[in-house]
Design a protein around this ligand. Structure first.
Ligand SMILES: Cc1cc2nc3c(=O)[nH]c(=O)nc-3n(C[C@H](O)[C@H](O)[C@H](O)COP(=O)(O)OP(=O)(O)OC[C@H]3O[C@@H](n4cnc5c(N)ncnc54)[C@H](O)[C@@H]3O)c2cc1C
Length: 582
């Protein structure tokens, strides 16, 4: 799509864009229904969405408009603004691209020494093999993300989520998944007769059908009221009418246990079998976005403070020499995660309600451990992708697709399950994962391991400080319930975007949607709650390209869409890339 086509189209009108005050109930509905919809849709990959009983509880009323924006861009502005985007994750990069295409002057400040945030592809310097430390799959329903990739010329291919030859090993029983699909009771769970003979996903679907029915019978609002206070565990055992052994099975085999005590609607269902991935690695997405930008992207530039004035905002960022550098903008778009935003000093301070919403975000940890092998021994077991499950600490083992090397995602854990790897030295973490792989594939793996691997613990990443948001249940209702915070409303000149500001949490597409919404608002020039400071300072724009480019402490991110060089990328203390002689 050429730039000229992107410009000059009418700005789509977003119906019901700003939820007026007092519509907390509506907001909660908008929150819950889409999560349930995505949960159910992702469970049943054969589902015809038009037949879905929840279809009438439409979520994302602006989805088609956002799709248009990602395809055609925004109206070219007549009042270009100086915009500082905080964070070069996918949200920040997408917003920057759309805004600069519309004619605004955009500068991105990124705390890390790389772009991409929680999109982070490991490229092995020795073998060239890749491993996704963050996002790795996109559900087929994420049309906006598919369109974004398409517009950037990225190729997508199938992410192999399931291979019938993979293993499930629990309760000292090890079975191929083609057996578990048909007879999960063989794993030693005392299932009820009606639960026997169904795959774990089928059992989960069985429980979810009750929620679907309630949405049909009660209507969206009443059903939402009913479910939003429940944990996943409460729902499965109560409304879902599953036996305790069946719930245990879902916890062990589908790694649902990490979400048992979190909100039922908020608990993520990563069970879809129709996923895509980006050919060559997910980091090609942020790299392609970067190369489409014209404004500066400053790495190693953590924003530490912001001061709002009547007509502008000053942003302070730290330099590597412990100095502060000040930039000025008309508008700031903040895409850093909740914990990262909490570390920024705001003057005037953020409203109490907003601070509460930030504190109310519940991030679950997520940890990935990759092991490098001399050859893909899983081919001997006829595995061409998919994942094995175990109730050992490693929980899920994902196999790379054929012809893509022998870098194995030996463990992917989230929420409470990630605790098994917390606090371990990198060597200990690698060896723990290796032990679990050996339990499934036999002691031969000890000989085939080439002694290298990588451990990524997102809870310990200083920039994200967590994996992704999964909220606990709503325990009380009030008009200003913190869980219903409307992040679409800016605070003075400060706008918000990022995975935590839209629904369903924890997806790349969610971050993209939030970025597009913020960009639409910024482009339309809307301003909201004015901060109290009204000091009239002379307009002073210090953020232009040349003054920043002169900075000795910041590095401009390189613009080229080719894959990054195969060199060690992990100098950060929270990411460990180890060679051991083990
Ligand atoms: C292990 C894991 C697996 C995942 N798997 C998938 C998946 O398969 N599919 C999927 O769709 N999604 C997945 N996700 C979720 C997805 O990665 C995120 O939702 C998405 O990447 C978030 O993008 P973002 O731009 O909102 O935030 P981020 O990517 O976190 O970007 C925020 C940026 O802000 C920067 N920053 C922070 N503080 C400051 C500061 N003070 N100043 C300047 N910059 C700052 C950070 O360094 C970061 O670059 C996964 C996430 C994890 C952790």
């Amino acid at each position: 799509m050429g730039a000229t086509e992107r410009r000059g189209r009418p700005l789509p009108q977003i119906p019901g864009w700003q939820a007026p005050g007092g519509l907390a109930q509506t907001l909660r509905l908008l929150v819950l229904v889409p999560i349930l919809l995505s949960l159910v849709a992702s469970l049943d990959w054969r589902a015809d969405h038009s037949q879905d009983p929840l279809e009438k509880c439409t979520h994302d009323p602006d989805y088609e408009q956002l799709l248009k924006v990602v395809t055609l861009g925004l109206n070219r502005t007549l009042r270009p603004q100086k915009v500082i985007v905080v964070g070069a994750g996918v949200a920040g990069l997408v917003a920057a691209r759309v805004l600069s295409d519309a004619g605004h002057k955009v500068t991105i400040l990124e705390a890390n020494n790389r772009i991409g945030g929680r999109i982070f592809t490991y490229r092995d310097p020795k073998t060239g093999w890749t491993g996704e430390l963050g996002a790795m799959r996109m559900p087929s329903s994420h049309r906006i993300l598919h369109e974004l990739c398409h517009s950037l010329g990225l190729n997508l291919t199938k992410f192999i989520q399931y291979d019938k030859n993979t293993w499930t090993e629990v309760n000292n029983v090890k079975l191929r998944n083609y057996v578990v699909e048909k007879m999960p009771e063989k794993l030693g769970y005392a299932l009820r007769p009606r639960e026997k003979g169904h795959s774990p996903e089928g059992i989960y679907q069985m429980a979810l059908n009750k929620a679907l029915k309630d949405f049909k019978v009660l209507g969206c609002r009443k059903a939402m009221k009913k479910f939003e206070r429940l944990t996943l565990l409460e729902y499965l055992l109560g409304e879902g009418n599953l036996s305790q052994p069946a719930v245990q099975l879902l916890g062990d085999v589908l790694s649902k246990d990490g979400f048992f005590y979190l909100s039922f609607p908020g608990s993520r269902a990563r069970l879809a079998r129709r996923y895509s991935r980006i050919v060559g690695g997910w980091d090609l997405l942020p790299r392609a976005l970067l190369s489409s930008l014209s404004g500066p992207v400053l790495l190693n530039s953590p924003v530490v403070a912001m001061t709002q004035y009547q007509h502008h905002v000053q942003v302070q960022m730290a330099t590597s020499h412990h100095n502060l550098k000040t930039l000025t903008a008309d508008v700031v778009l903040l895409t850093a995660s909740g914990p990262a935003v909490q570390r920024i000093r705001f003057s005037p301070p953020l409203p109490h309600r907003l601070q509460e919403a930030l504190r109310g975000l519940h991030y679950v940890p997520a940890t990935k451990v990759y092991l490098s092998f001399r050859r893909p021994f899983w081919h001997d077991d006829h595995m061409k992708g998919g994942h094995s499950n175990t109730n050992r600490p490693s929980r899920m083992i994902f196999y790379p697709p054929p012809h893509e090397g022998a870098l194995l995602l030996a463990s992917y854990t989230w929420s409470d399950a990630a605790a098994a790897f917390a606090g371990l030295s990198p060597d200990e973490a690698l060896r723990l994962a290796l032990r679990d792989v050996a339990a499934l594939h036999g002691p031969v793996v000890y000989q085939l391991w080439d002694g290298r691997g990588i451990v990524k613990r997102w809870a310990e990443d200083p920039h994200s400080q967590g994996g992704f948001v999964v909220q606990p249940p709503v325990l009380w209702h009030s008009e200003d319930n913190a869980q219903d915070y409307n992040w679409a409303v800016p605070y003075g000149h400060i706008y918000f975007a990022g995975e935590h500001t839209a629904y369903p949490h924890g997806w790349v597409e969610t971050a993209v949607k939030s970025a597009l919404r913020a960009a639409i608002r910024i482009n339309s020039g809307q301003r909201h709650v004015s901060p109290t400071s009204s000091t009239q300072e002379p307009w002073q724009w210090k953020g232009h390209r040349h003054s920043m480019a002169r900075s000795t402490t910041c590095h401009l991110a390189k613009r080229d869409a080719t894959p990054p060089p195969l060199q060690p990328q992990f100098s950060l203390p929270h990411t460990t890339h180890n060679r051991t002689a083990y």
